[in-house]
Structure formats: structure tokens, C-alpha cells
Design a protein around this ligand. Structure first.
Ligand SMILES: CC(C)(COP(=O)(O)OP(=O)(O)OC[C@H]1O[C@@H](n2cnc3c(N)ncnc32)[C@H](O)[C@@H]1OP(=O)(O)O)[C@@H](O)C(=O)NCCC(=O)NCCS
Length: 118
């Protein structure tokens, strides 16, 4: 059975969300809540699927679930897009991947790719 597990990380003041399938963590990401008087945002980092379980839909499942939790309750959900050294997806494929789950992707003034849902 697939389930989503949430874990509050007091040290880093963030929340880890993971997909657990057959009692094993398959994919995870980190959520930071950024709130001030003007706006409330969700910053997602460290999207990662364990190597053996990649390309099976786990990251997509997790991202969709996390987006559903926060969309409408926060002004924006955003992330930086950069494949890790061991990532099987090239930058273009990674951009497509985030677009498919609902992010609008743009290049910021520092040349970095950012995905946003607002
Ligand atoms: C990027 C990453 C998180 C994707 O996780 P995943 O669980 O394998 O992704 P999914 O199986 O949910 O696949 C999502 C989409 O990406 C595509 N995809 C996944 N692996 C792919 C591969 N090896 N080649 C081509 N496309 C691939 C899938 O086709 C899928 O699209 P679809 O739904 O249209 O079929 C994973 O490759 C990873 O952990 N990479 C290393 C860490 C990293 O660089 N994270 C990104 C930081 S921004």
C-alpha cells in the first residue's frame, strides 16, 4: 500500500514528505514554510527518489500530493530546478517533469531555473 509520511524536522525547521510503498521510503522532498506580513509561500527542496525506484511515478505522486495540500492556502509554491550529479534526467527533461505537475518555469536574473505555482 502506498502512503505519504510527514516528518517535522525541528533542527532545519522544515517538513519532510516521503512516499512509502511496501514499508520502504521510495521518494522524498522537503517543504519550508515562508511566512511574513505580506505573503505566505512554500519552498520545496531536495526532491529525490531512491535510485532503484526511479521512473516508476513516485516523485510525480509525491509532488502532486504535496501541491494539493498547499495550493490555495499559500500564495505560491516554488522550487529551484537543478539536476543532481546522479540525476538520470537532463535539465530539459526535469523542466518538463515539473511543468507536468503544474509548475510554471522561468529563468531568474541569476540564470537559474525556478518553478512556481501561484
Ligand atoms: C528527478 C527525480 C526526483 C524523478 O523521480 P522519479 O520518481 O524517477 O520520477 P517519476 O517516476 O515520478 O517520473 C516523472 C516523469 O519524469 C520522467 N522520467 C523519470 N525518469 C526518467 C528517465 N530516466 N528518463 C526520461 N524521463 C524520465 C517520467 O517519464 C515521468 O514523466 P511521465 O509521467 O510523463 O511518464 C529522480 O530522477 C531523482 O531522484 N533524481 C536525482 C535528484 C534530483 O536531481 N532531483 C531534482 C532536483 S530539482
Amino acid at each position: 500500500m502506498i502512503k505519504i509520511q510527514k516528518y517535522k524536522d525541528k533542527r532545519w525547521r522544515c517538513y519532510h514528505y516521503s512516499v512509502i510503498d511496501e514499508n520502504v521510503i521510495k521518494s522524498s522532498l522537503c517543504v519550508f514554510k515562508e511566512c511574513n506580513d505580506i505573503k505566505k509561500s512554500i519552498f520545496i527542496s531536495d526532491v529525490r527518489t531512491i535510485e532503484n525506484y526511479r521512473n516508476k511515478g513516485y516523485a510525480k505522486y509525491l509532488l502532486k500530493n504535496v501541491i494539493k495540500r498547499f495550493k490555495g492556502k499559500y500564495d505560491s509554491i516554488y522550487l529551484g530546478i537543478k539536476p543532481s550529479d546522479d540525476c538520470p534526467l537532463k535539465m530539459e527533461q526535469l523542466i518538463d517533469f515539473y511543468k507536468k505537475v503544474g509548475f510554471t518555469v522561468y529563468k531568474n536574473k541569476f540564470g537559474k531555473f525556478i518553478g512556481v505555482i501561484s
